[in-house]
Write a new protein. Structure first.
Lengths: 256, 212
């Protein structure tokens, strides 16, 4: 069913985000992103793996690129690019494990091109990016095996995760890896908070690309989303005040 | 004791125990079943995908003349050009199509369900009254906590605003609310996992070994 309110909201919020993005890109405004400790810890994790002479493992999660989990998968790609750059800088082996056959070739290209851009094309091997299985727990079993056989020293898991989240986090802890994790799936965030060294909570995952690259376009996008959050707060407060005075005007408006 | 004589039940039981042996440490038996599991799942996926191509694309195209199915078939074939270096760039076209489709399809659903529906759910009266006009204190406190919690969490996710002063206080409240929620989620999922474990125990000691 078409909802004019949803479409109108899409247009308004889209215009706000694009407006702030363009203003940031042109230098009219210069938003600064607050510190996100879990993202700062990625360099520490790669550094530790370098010191130990052991590989870094990266998982973009269970998400696909054609479903509602796509935004989390794309956000993960941004951080993966940063991780590849770090491993290239420190000459540390990277292993990326995939569950989605659709995102597998994209990840392969991303890793290959990032190594090339970093001047280390030889660091990309055919087994740097590994497709394990599309079946959730077969993928989990394969990744746990890799943790142990390859003795990973750092385990970075960012993207959409489901029931495999605790399996991975426990498996990583078993081999003594420093673990950085984050997902937009709040039900699984609990496991990451409990079992990992650093956790990105919910939307912090989406901020990763902007925070790590400081790219004006991405920072502008994030600042635009903050404006949308401010409007959402105002929207909720207005709705609450109206509901308290027994007015359904706003709720009826949203139903149109 | 009524041990099963079905070889597949034995395979299932040994497979379960082998995968559980990972709890102790990684070992050759785990490795064997890990590879059987991964191999079998990839084989299953391949057969399913092949069946889908035949049933949903090839057969309707050749027997019913549905020419529009040529579009996904060609897009699918274009994906394989990545294995031929001179024309590998062609594989980016279907990939871009898939990504665009994913973002387009998810935008409306996410906006509706994650933003508007949840905002509407948070618009609750601060003071709830009964039909007789008496103040319902419990429900009112509940609503106030929920609204403050939602606002606090939204404040926590401000990235371009420094967490200082009132923003910091609201963000701290949001963080606290999220940690309580994670605790509840953790407990709920552990309960669910225990029921899965009971199912596995039932398979091993009931279906396989016939003890229970």
């Amino acid at each position: 069913m078409t909802s004019y309110f949803v479409f109108g909201t899409f247009l308004v919020l889209g215009a706000i985000i694009i407006g702030v993005l363009m203003a940031t890109h042109s230098g009219k405004i210069a938003p600064k992103i607050r510190r996100i400790p879990a993202l700062d810890s990625i360099e520490e994790a790669v550094g530790r793996a370098t010191e130990m002479g052991r590989p870094v493992h990266y998982s973009p999660g269970y998400g696909e690129i054609t479903t509602s989990t796509a935004p989390q998968t794309f956000a993960s790609f941004d951080v993966l690019r940063y991780v590849v750059t770090l491993t290239a800088r420190y000459n540390t082996q990277l292993i990326v494990t995939c569950k989605s056959p659709q995102s597998f070739p994209i990840i392969q290209e991303l890793v290959r091109e990032t190594y090339l851009a970093a001047g280390k094309p030889d660091m990309f091997h055919e087994d740097t990016v590994r497709f394990i299985s599309e079946a959730q727990f077969a993928w989990a079993a394969g990744v746990l095996g890799i943790f142990n056989r390859e003795k990973v020293a750092a385990n970075i898991m960012l993207g959409y995760f489901m029931a495999e989240s605790l399996l991975f986090a426990e498996g990583g802890a078993q081999v003594g890896a420093i673990q950085v994790a984050g997902t937009g799936n709040l039900a699984q965030t609990a496991f990451f908070v409990a079992a990992c060294d650093y956790t990105l909570i919910g939307e912090e995952l989406y901020a990763g690309g902007a925070y790590l690259s400081n790219d004006p376009g991405k920072v502008g996008n994030l600042a635009g989303q903050d404006v949308v959050k401010f409007l959402t707060i105002a929207f909720i407060v207005l709705g609450t005040v109206l509901a308290t005075f027994e007015s359904n005007w706003l709720l009826e408006l949203t139903a149109k | 004791m009524n041990v099963s004589t079905n070889p597949w039940i034995w395979f299932m039981g040994i497979g379960m125990l082998s995968l559980y042996s990972f709890i102790y440490k990684e070992n050759p038996i785990y490795r064997l079943f890990e590879h059987i599991y991964v191999g079998a799942s990839v084989g299953y996926t391949f057969v399913t995908a092949y069946g889908n191509i035949i049933d949903q694309a090839w057969t309707p195209l050749t027997t019913e003349g549905k020419l529009n199915l040529l579009v996904p078939i060609i897009l699918g074939l274009m994906l394989y050009t990545r294995y031929f270096k001179p024309i590998a760039w062609i594989s980016r076209w279907p990939m871009s199509f898939l990504m665009g489709l994913g973002i387009g399809v998810s935008t409306y659903g996410l906006l509706e369900s994650q933003l508007i529906a949840q905002s509407k759910a948070a618009m609750m009266p601060l003071f709830v009254k009964s039909s007789e006009g008496a103040l319902l204190l419990g429900r009112s406190i509940n609503n106030i906590i929920m609204i403050l919690g939602v606002l606090g969490v939204l404040f926590y996710f401000f990235f371009s605003v420094e967490h200082k002063g009132p923003v910091r206080r609201m963000a701290s409240l949001g963080r606290m609310v999220m940690m309580i929620t994670f605790g509840v989620a953790f407990g709920n999922v552990v309960m669910g996992r225990i029921s899965l474990l009971l199912g596995t125990i039932s398979d091993i000691f009931g279906t396989w070994l016939g003890i229970i």
